[in-house]
Write a protein that binds this ligand. Structure first.
Ligand SMILES: Nc1ncnc2c1ncn2[C@@H]1O[C@H](COP(=O)(O)OP(=O)(O)OP(=O)(O)O)[C@@H](O)[C@H]1O
Length: 303
């Protein structure tokens, strides 16, 4: 039997107060299981809100959401299927590392003590050290270990590597990939670090201004976008099957990041592949230039 999507939202809306605009607005989004999903977008776009809804920490204002086929945090067994590492990687300051593991073991039926101890050893954490004395990076490692030792089917990580130095970040991401492989899990990772997303994610969601701007398989998205380069001011007119996402002008040249509706046809101008960073920045630029939203929309393909 085919496994349910890791995440499925229809018309998902979250408002934090009656006077504020929605933090998420009518989001339709399906993410298949078994993927590592990068969630990116500007500050305040709604990324943490989406992840908190997925963990069941907050309730939607309207619309529906299932995670691994069930309502988030519907019951204890569903809670055990999802591991969450919050943005500031909270730990109990007065608990030692070993006490965190004992607590994790008591709270989680599928707890894998061997995995937890092996990982604590690998990252050089002292089991007797109080968590309050750990550095930001060490706390992130402890939080990831606890989330993974639950042996979840879905790992949700909200900017987990933000506090890590570049070397520690690389190690953290490698560990994350190892966990995902070892557990056969899906993972959602929110980050402003596009290099990290590029390194580990095979699926991308760009959230801007409370809405999904772009979502899909990273390779497909890269294959259906391109950068066109032309002498300054000579990009227009482009065929109708080319959707211009953003343009810029440097010195003698104009260039445009475009979505290609028909990849079998030849493109005008000089064509270059886009990088993940160019793709994300182009869609964020387009969203920032767009007037404030008014109604319900559906997403899944570039718009
Ligand atoms: N608990 C809350 N109460 C009221 N408003 C909130 C709350 N949490 C988030 N918001 C608002 O919801 C919007 C989306 O916030 P959210 O934290 O989801 O964004 P984000 O994309 O994770 O941002 P960042 O990249 O800065 O972490 C923001 O306007 C924020 O002010």
């Amino acid at each position: 039997m085919e496994s349910p999507p890791a995440f499925h939202a229809e018309g998902l809306t979250k408002k934090y107060g009656r006077r504020r605009g929605p933090a998420l607005r009518d989001v339709d989004l399906t993410i298949p299981s078994g993927r590592v999903i990068g969630l990116v977008g500007p500050n305040g776009a709604g990324k943490s809100t989406l992840l908190h809804l997925a963990c069941g920490l907050i309730e939607p204002t309207s619309g529906s959401l299932t995670v691994l086929g069930s309502r988030p945090a519907a019951n204890a067994s569903h809670l055990a299927r999802v591991g969450f590492v919050a943005q500031n990687t909270p730990v109990y300051g007065s608990f030692t590392v070993a006490e965190h593991l004992r607590f994790g073991a008591r709270m989680n039926p599928a707890w894998d003590q061997a995995l937890a101890e092996r990982r604590i050893g690998q990252v050089g954490l002292n089991p007797a050290q109080k968590a309050g004395q750990l550095s930001g990076g060490q706390r992130a490692q402890l939080a990831l270990t606890i989330a993974a030792a639950k042996r979840p089917e879905l790992l949700i990580l909200d900017e987990p590597a933000a506090a890590l130095d570049p070397l520690a970040r690389r190690g953290f991401l490698e560990n994350l990939m190892e966990f995902v492989r070892e557990l056969g899990a899906s993972a959602v990772l929110s980050s402003h670090l596009l290099g990290d997303i590029e390194q580990v994610c095979d699926h991308l969601v760009v959230l801007c201004d409370s809405r999904v701007q772009l979502a899909g398989d990273t390779r497909d998205l890269l294959a259906t976008h391109a950068r066109l380069v032309a002498p300054r001011g000579e990009l227009d007119p482009l065929p109708t099957w080319v959707d211009v996402i953003s343009t810029d002008h440097h010195g003698e040249h104009s260039s445009a990041v475009v979505h290609i509706g028909d990849t079998s046809r030849a493109l005008p101008h000089q064509v270059r592949p886009v990088t993940l960073e160019e793709l994300v920045l182009a869609h964020m630029t387009r969203a920032a230039a767009r007037p404030a939203p008014t109604g319900a929309e559906t997403w899944g393909t570039p718009r």
